[in-house]
Ligand binder design. Sequence first.
Ligand SMILES: [Zn+2]
Length: 189
Amino acid sequence: MNEEELKAYLASSGAFLDGHFLLSSGLHSPNYVQCALALKDPARAGRMGAALAAGWKGPKPDVIVSPAMGGLIIGHEVARAFGVEFIFTERENNVMTLRRGFTLARGAAVIVVEDVFTTGKSTLETDEVVRRHGASTVGAMSVIDRTGGKPFPFPTASLLKLALTALPAAECPLCKAGVPVVKPGSRKF
Ligand SMILES: [Zn+2]
């Protein structure tokens, strides 16, 4: 799946949303990518996972770890493409952790997979979980990268880079115009 094909599919699946959004960073944006809408077709989700795995130049992972909920489907598809297991982290009392009997072997090489990198917060929190178990994050992947090139402490790969238009509420023209703000990417979403 190349970049043009992915963009066309994101558009046709309704994943590109226009409006007034409160991002998890606290900034306001006039647009949002609801990647879940583009992952509802299992065949296309599988092709996205295969494309991420095929383009990976780093060390082969022993396991894929994704933060729930956003990373679940694409992480599972990347794991399928690499032929390795898939587990996920989730928040317990607001702290990212492994539950459900999931464990990581000491020294395991992990790739963290997300749907969208925005602030990078959940990827970094997942990396903390990986390191707490004595494993190491050898890279991170996402379908879409909206960080604007913000560096992670490990190599990353994404299928599509998109500029993020985001402003503090005090400078937001949509707030000034009285447009109600919605929180589509809430950490509880
Ligand atoms: Zn606003």
